[in-house]
Design a binder for this molecule. Sequence first.
Ligand SMILES: *[C@@H]1O[C@H](CO)[C@@H](O)[C@H](O)[C@H]1NC(C)=O
Ligand SMILES: *[C@@H]1O[C@H](CO)[C@@H](O)[C@H](O)[C@H]1NC(C)=O
Ligand SMILES: *[C@@H]1O[C@H](CO)[C@@H](O)[C@H](O)[C@H]1NC(C)=O
Ligand SMILES: *[C@@H]1O[C@H](CO)[C@@H](O)[C@H](O)[C@H]1NC(C)=O
Ligand SMILES: *[C@@H]1O[C@H](CO)[C@@H](O)[C@H](O)[C@H]1NC(C)=O
Ligand SMILES: *[C@@H]1O[C@H](CO)[C@@H](O)[C@H](O)[C@H]1NC(C)=O
Ligand SMILES: *[C@@H]1O[C@H](CO)[C@@H](O)[C@H](O)[C@H]1NC(C)=O
Length: 515
Amino acid sequence: SWPSHTLCFLVFVQVLYVSGHQKPNILLIVADDLGFNDVGYHNPDIYTPNINKLAKDGVILESYYVQPICTPSRSQLMTGRYQIHTGLQHSVIFAPQPNCLPVDEIILPQKLKEAGYTTHAVGKWHLGFYKKECLPTSRGFDTFYGYYCGAEDYYTKQVHANFHFGNKTRRVSGFDFHDNSRTEWEANGTYSSYLYRDRAVRIIKSHNSSIPLFMYLPFQSVHFPLQVPAKYIKRYRHIKDRKRRTFSAMVTAMDEAIGSVVDALKWKGIWQDTLVVFTTDNGGQTLFGGNNWPLRGRKASLWEGGVRGVGLVRGYGIRDKGRSSNELVHISDWFPTLLYIAGANASGTKPLDSYNVWDAIANKDVVSPRVELLHNIDPLFTRPYTPTPKLIPYPNKHGVNTTKGHAALRYKHWKLHTGDPGYDKWDLPPTKSYCNLSGMHTNTNSKYKSTHLVPSVHLFDIENDPQERKNLAQIYPKVVDLLLGKIAMYNKSAVPINFPPYDPKSNPSLHGGVW
Ligand SMILES: *[C@@H]1O[C@H](CO)[C@@H](O)[C@H](O)[C@H]1NC(C)=O
Ligand SMILES: *[C@@H]1O[C@H](CO)[C@@H](O)[C@H](O)[C@H]1NC(C)=O
Ligand SMILES: *[C@@H]1O[C@H](CO)[C@@H](O)[C@H](O)[C@H]1NC(C)=O
Ligand SMILES: *[C@@H]1O[C@H](CO)[C@@H](O)[C@H](O)[C@H]1NC(C)=O
Ligand SMILES: *[C@@H]1O[C@H](CO)[C@@H](O)[C@H](O)[C@H]1NC(C)=O
Ligand SMILES: *[C@@H]1O[C@H](CO)[C@@H](O)[C@H](O)[C@H]1NC(C)=O
Ligand SMILES: *[C@@H]1O[C@H](CO)[C@@H](O)[C@H](O)[C@H]1NC(C)=O
């Protein structure tokens, strides 16, 4: 039902893009657990000159959303599909679980290969590895260099997991670092952002420039454990909070690696033809040095602090560089957007939940095609680290059980939460004192203490209240009703959760000490 002149215009743009230039190289950088307040262009206390330079030369996405934890974000990035449609709506994939991003999903590097790209993944996978078909090199990546699990030691590459047998807990450990199908024992002892930098630079330098390059660079940084070479700490000696000090230094170490990768692209003479996307995978974990101020909540919550992400795009066709965009963009949108940039299409995929947002990013005045965003529906959600509060049910005609797990949906400027959105405080960075922020309320809102009864439905006007301070559910019951109806509709399309128990056969001691 497109008017015919619109169709003509779209076709024209597409042709111009694809045949008028060589296909751009794509550098897709993912930082792990980098919070909203953990990047230099949001917070001058963090030193990220290279990321800031990318932002100056591109567009900062300020209404950019990711999923609240690792596996879900990465699954949506790779498929353009919501996690309720891949069975990954609950938690992450833990090392001993026989689970992965379903192998019948067609993922980004597969489509880019079809479009003529060489495809490399350097860094963290975390989309499952229990059988060969799950591995990145079985799924469209020409090469993979890095680790499969969610968290490991930055030097020794050891991953630990706790098995529970009745009352007994047994800790199992193994090495997790791979160069394609080979276990890369040589990685033991070297800080991971150095390894990823060196591999990315090597790939770029030996790349055949007449072929378009797709480099997926998901850093381990800055996920816990908090580890960094001493030299990066110097700049942050004044920070008293030990975790924040180390964390800040880890961000700077990653930023330096990004600078080296950019230098390699320049050396190679392909920087002008390279599109860079930089994204976090979820909000910062304030227990381990991250920070999302001024946003509420943290990693694993559906508050803005968990899902409003750091993101930017640099290069290739961006007009009016150095601006910020408030157009709604979600991590799943990279799938159709990058396919468009690459002159590929989504043929053969399952139905996408995402939009090609390229025009809205590249041009100042174009609005995003996305007006709605399902943050998630997870009926099994419980809070990690802190007890889940008692919730007051909200009877409704849509049959949504608002006290079960949690769900959240964005529609235009509205955001609705049901259930327990998760850790609900506004954490200042440990470097700031409360008295420096006169007029700003932080954690003084006693209504939300987790021991009290709390509402199971929250409605916020996110555009005017990005801190999620004023619950408007009582004032706008019709909006609540509309959004609950949408959640009920999405929930009908959800596939069953796949969250299998730990498999004892996964124990690394049965596999030469390797995950
Ligand atoms: C667990 O420990 C409790 C208390 O020590 C004991 O009563 C119970 O039988 C144990 N259960 C199992 C499965 O070992
Ligand atoms: C990693 O290196 C350390 C120090 O040399 C050594 O003790 C450890 O056994 C090595 N780990 C593996 C898995 O080889
Ligand atoms: C680079 O790729 C082009 C196109 O596939 C090919 O013709 C050329 O031989 C390659 N160059 C090298 C040095 O491999
Ligand atoms: C989509 O891409 C495939 C594979 O590159 C190609 O064969 C097909 O013609 C394309 N379809 C459309 C509608 O462009
Ligand atoms: C979604 O559907 C599941 C399974 O039918 C149900 O358990 C859950 O309560 C529903 N969640 C919502 C938010 O409606
Ligand atoms: C909603 O879900 C909670 C948690 O699973 C359950 O205890 C409660 O009975 C459910 N309420 C209704 C009305 O089904
Ligand atoms: C907070 O305010 C005090 C007093 O004005 C000032 O000395 C201090 O540097 C400020 N701290 C930060 C981290 O801005």
